[in-house]
Design a protein around this ligand. Structure first.
Ligand code: SF4
Length: 348
C-alpha cells in the first residue's frame, strides 16, 4: 500500500520542489510558509529549507552582500510606548546615551565612521512620534540637506510617522533617498505592543513615502510574543508593501522595557524564520538587524545560510553590534562577498 505523503515541513523533496517553484516565479502560499516555520532543526527538511533559501537568494538578489548602519540623531525620551523599545516613554532602561537632535558635525563624523566600516547607506534615526509640518519639518529637512552632501554614504532617514504627504515630499526634496519605517509586526499583534499609535498610521506613512518617490526600508521584529500564524500574516503584509529593504530584527528583551520578561528567541527557530522570510519575499533585500547577537550568540555567522543578503553593521540604536570585520569572514564561508569601500548605491 502506498505511504501517505509526508507533511511539507517533514518532506525535504517537497521543500526543494517548493524552492524551485519560487525560483520560477510562483509565490509560496501562506499555508506553505506556515508549514515551513515548523521544520525541525537538524532534520533533512531543515537542510532542504536552508539550501532552497540560498538558491532563491542567488536567483533573485545575487551573492553580493549589502551593509547598512544607523545613527541615532535624537535618542531617548520618546513619546511613544512601544513595549520592546528602550527609548519608550514608559521604559526604565538606561543602557544608552540620550540626546537631543545631534549637531551637524557629530552626524558627519558618524557618517565617516560608518563608511569606513563598509556601510553603503546611513540612516538618521529619531526617537519620537514622527514629523509634523512647521518648525519641526524645517529643522529636519535642513539637517538632511546638510547630511546628504557627505558624498560617502547614501543619506537615509527613519523619522517615524509622517503627518502628511507634504512632510514626505519635503524630506525627499531635501535629499533623503530611503525612508525607514517598520511595520514592526502583524497588524493583528500590533495593538498588544503599542497603544500610542496604530498600525494603520504606520501603513499610511508608508503610502506617503512611496508616493514621494523615496525607497522604502520596512520590516519588523520577531519574538515579541506573536504566534507563528502571525509571523506569516506579517510576511504577507510586508510582501504587499514591497519594501526595497526588509530589516529583520529579533527582540532583545532589555531590562526596563515592558517585554523584558520574554526569553530571547531560540537560535534554531530564529534561523528557520529568516529562511522562511526568503521564501516569502524572494526578490527583496533582506537585512538581518538588531538582536541577532543576543539570539544567535556564537552562531551568528549562520545567518548567511538562511538567504539574507544584507547585514546591519556597527552599533545599533541602544545596544552594541558585532565588529564589521567578522561579517566578511562569516559571509565568505557561504560564498558571499561583502561590499568593499563605500559605494553609494541608487537603491538598497
Ligand atoms: S520604537 Fe520608535 S516610536 Fe516606538 S518607543 Fe521606540 S523610539 Fe519611540
Amino acid at each position: 500500500m502506498a505511504q501517505p505523503p509526508l507533511p511539507l515541513h517533514q518532506d525535504p523533496a517537497a521543500i526543494a520542489a517548493l524552492a524551485d517553484r519560487v525560483c520560477d516565479g510562483t509565490a509560496a502560499t501562506p499555508a506553505e510558509l506556515r508549514a515551513l516555520l515548523d521544520v525541525q532543526p537538524g532534520s533533512a527538511a531543515a537542510d532542504a529549507l536552508f539550501a532552497g533559501a540560498q538558491r532563491i537568494r542567488s536567483r533573485f538578489v545575487g551573492m553580493k552582500l549589502k551593509a547598512c548602519s544607523v545613527i541615532n540623531v535624537k535618542a531617548g525620551n520618546c513619546s511613544e510606548n512601544c513595549s520592546y523599545c528602550a527609548q519608550a516613554s514608559d521604559s526604565e532602561a538606561d543602557n544608552y546615551r540620550k540626546s537631543k537632535w545631534l549637531p551637524a558635525e557629530d552626524i558627519q563624523r558618524a557618517a565617516e565612521t560608518s563608511a569606513e566600516n563598509g556601510a553603503q547607506a546611513v540612516s538618521l534615526v529619531a526617537a519620537w512620534w514622527g514629523v509634523k509640518e512647521g518648525t519641526q519639518l524645517d529643522m529636519v529637512t535642513a539637517s538632511i540637506r546638510q547630511f546628504s552632501q557627505n558624498g560617502k554614504v547614501r543619506p537615509d532617514v527613519n523619522l517615524g510617522i509622517l503627518e502628511s504627504q507634504k512632510c514626505a515630499d519635503e524630506i525627499a526634496k531635501a535629499g533623503a533617498k530611503v525612508y525607514g519605517h517598520n511595520l514592526e509586526t502583524a497588524s493583528s499583534h500590533f495593538g498588544s505592543i503599542c497603544s500610542t499609535h496604530s498600525w494603520d498610521e504606520r501603513m499610511k506613512t508608508i503610502q506617503y513615502i512611496k508616493k514621494a518617490g523615496m525607497g522604502l526600508c520596512s520590516g519588523g521584529i520577531f519574538g515579541m510574543g506573536e504566534t507563528r500564524d502571525q509571523r506569516v500574516e506579517f510576511l504577507q503584509q510586508v510582501a504587499f508593501i514591497a519594501p526595497d529593504m526588509v530589516p529583520l530584527n529579533f527582540l532583545n528583551p532589555l531590562q526596563g522595557t515592558k517585554l523584558a520578561h520574554l526569553k530571547p528567541m531560540d537560535a534554531d527557530e530564529a534561523l528557520t524564520t529568516l529562511a522562511v522570510c526568503r521564501y516569502a519575499l524572494p526578490d527583496r533585500n533582506l537585512m538581518v538587524a538588531g538582536g541577532k547577537e543576543v539570539v544567535l550568540g556564537d552562531r551568528v555567522g549562520e545567518v548567511f545560510k538562511t538567504g539574507i543578503n544584507c547585514v546591519m553593521v556597527g552599533n545599533y540604536l541602544t545596544s552594541a553590534g558585532t565588529d564589521p570585520a567578522f561579517w566578511s569572514t562569516a559571509a565568505a564561508q557561504y560564498g558571499l562577498e561583502m561590499p568593499t569601500g563605500c559605494t553609494t548605491v541608487a537603491s538598497c
